[in-house]
Design a protein around this ligand. Structure first.
Ligand SMILES: Cc1cc2nc3c(=O)[nH]c(=O)nc-3n(C[C@H](O)[C@H](O)[C@H](O)COP(=O)(O)OP(=O)(O)OC[C@H]3O[C@@H](n4cnc5c(N)ncnc54)[C@H](O)[C@@H]3O)c2cc1C
Length: 291
């Protein structure tokens, strides 16, 4: 199918993108990798009068350490997140999530900023970035603000982005030594998108007990679900297989997912506990240096 006709302008800087967003207002959309927006426009699920292409804006791509934070430019493509030595060494759960997005072509064009701005409830990165307590840097003509992941993903395909804002950077706190991260996904066999998934960050005390945990579950509704009951069941505990299994069994407490033609609500809820257990186990193995 062909999209409705639209105007196209390529911005050469964030400032120029902001000027164009201000000029066209809600008649404009930003274009990054185009791997969510263009299919949606072709299917006539989305339409816009102007596309503002930020894909070639310099300075918005790459991964760097900034103090105690890993700063990832919004235009960094999934393949570069997955293969970054910094990400693989310091936040392996994030590399794991980026590596299972779509296929090679999607991973070489799709961007981390586009994925989170799109806020697809079946996407991978929102789940792991929620578990990792990431923050999103939003630039507007009036300045810059930073929104934590727990507040950024608002609803189906809705992020806390105003029409005149550009997401420039994703900032992920670097976990202390002795911490572990992991991501596990049950993908749809046809599309590869998330049926259910789990992102996990485990911080350990020097005794080996769990100091704190963040567990986010995908596929349970309109946005990543923080599995508070699982997090509470891990905190302060020795991370034995029994404790992990009992905590993971609570991962869907408080959820009410919709069933669909591939997976019933009961199947999703069951599989979410399975994938939560796998991700917690992997994070604990990394935290203890076994993986
Ligand atoms: C065949 C296929 C399979 C896929 N499989 C998966 C999968 O398994 N898992 C998964 O998570 N994803 C999957 N995707 C989606 C893919 O990850 C997209 O790349 C990603 O969701 C969007 O990134 P993009 O750079 O292409 O954004 P675009 O399509 O360019 O933009 C998406 C939206 O974000 C906005 N936007 C983009 N960048 C910014 C910014 N910097 N600031 C503010 N707003 C911005 C745009 O205006 C638009 O509304 C798949 C896509 C395809 C085509």
């Amino acid at each position: 199918m062909f999209p409705a006709s639209f105007g196209y302008q390529a911005a050469r800087s964030v400032e120029e993108a902001l000027e164009l967003l201000t000029k066209y207002g809600e008649d404009a959309k930003l274009l990054a990798g185009g791997h969510s927006l263009i299919p949606a426009m072709k299917l006539r699920l989305a339409a816009t009068r102007y596309l503002i292409d930020i894909g070639r804006v310099p300075g918005l791509s790459g991964v760097r350490v900034d103090g105690e934070t890993l700063a990832i430019g919004a235009l960094t493509v999934h393949a570069d997140v997955a293969s970054s030595d910094l990400v693989r060494q310091r936040l392996p759960g994030l590399a794991e999530a980026a590596a299972v997005i779509g296929d090679v072509q999607v991973r070489n064009r799709g961007t981390i900023g586009g994925s989170v701005a799109h806020a697809d409830p079946a996407a991978d990165l929102p789940v792991i970035l929620t578990a990792l307590n990431a923050a999103f840097v939003l630039q507007s003509p009036s300045g810059r603000r930073t929104v934590p992941a727990d507040d950024f993903f608002v609803d189906f395909f809705t992020a806390a982005l105003k029409p005149n804002e550009v997401l420039t950077e994703i900032r992920v706190p670097l976990p202390p030594s002795g911490a572990g991260t992991a991501y596990a996904k049950l993908g749809h066999p046809a599309s590869g998108y998330v049926v259910v998934s789990a992102g996990v960050l485990i911080n350990r005390q020097s005794s080996g007990r769990c100091a704190s945990a963040r567990v986010a579950i995908g596929g349970m509704g309109s946005r990543p679900f923080r599995a508070a009951a699982t997090e509470a069941a891990l905190q302060g505990q020795a991370l034995t297989p029994e404790v992990i299994a009992a905590a993971a069994a609570k991962a869907v407490e408080g959820t009410d997912p919709d069933g669909d033609t591939y997976a019933s609500a009961d199947y999703k809820r069951h599989m979410a506990t399975v994938y939560a257990r796998r991700a917690i186990e992997a994070a604990v193995e990394r935290a203890t240096g076994q993986k």
